[in-house]
Design a protein around this ligand. Structure first.
Ligand SMILES: [Zn+2]
Length: 103
């Protein structure tokens, strides 16, 4: 079982979450043309290795969270709130869990 640790709710089964895609800089709505929006919405780099993703805790607090995950091992490297500083999370390679460390 893979467990994700929601920054608000704590550890939960991954089935409570929805994948929201790779995180990236959102185009400025005031100045962006359709091409940057198309690239932002539909194009993913899909790298092998560490990637930063957006997830939604759909069956819990319904808030978005940022997950750093290694796509080759499915290891969760860190989880944090959107806009938050990168956390130094404990790694749980065998379960795919990460626990946010708070100061
Ligand atoms: Zn939550």
């Amino acid at each position: 079982m893979i467990t994700l640790s929601c920054p608000w709710c704590g550890p939960r089964n991954v089935t409570e979450f929805a994948y929201g895609g790779e995180s990236g800089a959102r185009p400025d709505p005031a100045t962006a043309t359709p091409q940057p929006w198309r690239r932002y919405l539909y194009t993913n780099a899909n790298p092998a290795g560490p990637v930063t993703e957006t997830w939604l805790h759909r069956a819990g607090c319904r808030r978005y969270l940022v997950v750093e995950r290694d796509t080759t091992t499915n290891e969760i490297l860190a989880i944090r709130r959107p806009g938050g500083a990168p956390s130094t999370s404990a790694r749980h390679a065998t379960t795919g869990r990460a626990t946010e460390q708070r100061p």
